[in-house]
Design a protein around this ligand. Structure first.
Ligand code: SF4
Length: 354
């Protein structure tokens, strides 16, 4: 269903094909849809009147039937390490959060796909909010547009990385594959050359393991996949991630084996290390065994502690021991340094107060 604002269609909810259909419905030829697409995502375009290659009369018809949304005045928090957290207020008053993680050669943007999340992972603050609603394609895409505009306007001397968003991860608030339809539309806009023109190899969708939707994502989008695994046996994973009651570890890993991975790409397994829960040498050995025959990399994430949750991060020694076992088993394994934790922007810490 196409979302409407004030009875007008928000054109940023539409993929290029849907935009073509929309203009055809207004009695216009298909190429007008592609023309509009090439205007909607340019920085500084806020009014149909700026779309100067459209006839004046058609601009008027568009303004009567359609609009295109933007995020305004985000709440911006800057971490000491250069991460920037953006809080965007939605039309219905909910807040969502988006995190920019700059490095010298790249800017990774971590975007949200839902307000809150229904999955109730025990270690995640977003999970404690409960599920409020899905984001529309426009609300997903507008996070990228707003941060792009922020980077364009940011003084050069403040920039750690490039002046544009180079990498995108669907790892913010929400489970993307519980909002697959809108996530797929947003991906088509973000990848479309006349849209935000981002290369698929720079986009990653992360899931806690909604197995049937992983199949759909693989069939309909050409993006990298990240899996929040976080445990090697069903008993522990059931406790940490209730989704595991529905899709067991073995089912999830089988779906990973079936996932159509891009050439020279690998699935990223995310593993939050929680002291005394999933961080023993034996668990590292089981993980090495379970991931055999899956082209993959492993990200170890020492837990970002929050006063609201009881979990602790393991010692440095324990983390390195876990990593070494996986390295000896010939996996590419990284310890993901915690970024933005002083502004609650690190992994698992996103949770708007509204
Ligand atoms: S970790 Fe992801 S899937 Fe789990 S509750 Fe948090 S946002 Fe939802």
């Amino acid at each position: 269903m196409i979302e409407q604002r004030n009875n007008k269609t928000d054109l940023k909810n539409l993929s290029q094909d849907q935009l073509v259909e929309f203009v055809e419905g207004l009695g216009q030829p298909a190429f007008r849809g592609r023309q509009i697409m090439s205007w909607l995502y340019r920085p500084g375009i806020t009014d149909f009147e700026q779309m100067t290659d459209l006839a004046k009369i058609f601009r008027k018809v568009l303004a009567e039937n359609a609009c295109f949304s933007h995020f305004h005045n985000p709440v911006i928090e800057r971490a000491e390490d250069g991460c920037v957290k953006f809080g965007f207020k939605l039309d219905d008053g909910f807040m969502i959060e988006t995190v920019l993680i700059p490095e010298p050669d790249r800017n990774t943007l971590c975007i949200s796909s839902q307000v809150g999340c229904a999955m109730k992972c025990a270690f995640c603050l977003t999970g404690t909010m409960g599920f409020k609603r899905n984001l529309t394609p426009a609300e997903i895409v507008n996070q990228v547009c707003a941060v792009r505009d922020f980077l364009i306007n940011e003084p050069r001397e403040n920039l750690i990385g490039p002046d544009r968003v180079t990498n995108l991860v669907y790892m913010g608030m929400g489970e993307p594959l519980n909002n697959t339809e809108n996530v797929l539309t947003s991906l088509s806009i973000i990848q479309e050359q006349k849209g935000l023109d981002m290369a698929s190899r720079r986009i990653t969708v992360s899931t806690c393991g909604i197995v049937p939707q992983m199949k759909r994502l693989g069939e309909e989008a050409n993006v990298n996949l990240a899996i929040s695994l976080h445990a090697v046996d069903d008993e522990t994973r059931n406790t940490l991630m209730p989704v595991n009651h529905k899709y067991s570890i073995d089912e999830l890993l089988e779906a990973c084996r079936q996932y159509p991975i891009q050439k020279r790409k690998r699935i990223m397994f995310e593993y939050i290390l929680l002291a005394g829960i999933n961080d023993t040498d034996n668990e590292a050995r089981i993980l090495a065994k379970k991931l055999r025959n899956i082209p993959c990399k492993i990200n170890l994430i020492p837990y970002n502690e929050s006063p609201e949750l009881p979990y602790k991060s393991p010692s440095k020694k324990r983390i390195l021991s876990f990593q070494n076992i996986l390295r000896e088993a010939k996996y590419s394994v990284f310890i993901r340094s915690s970024r933005g934790s002083d502004i609650s922007a690190a992994c698992g810490q996103l949770a708007s107060k509204n």
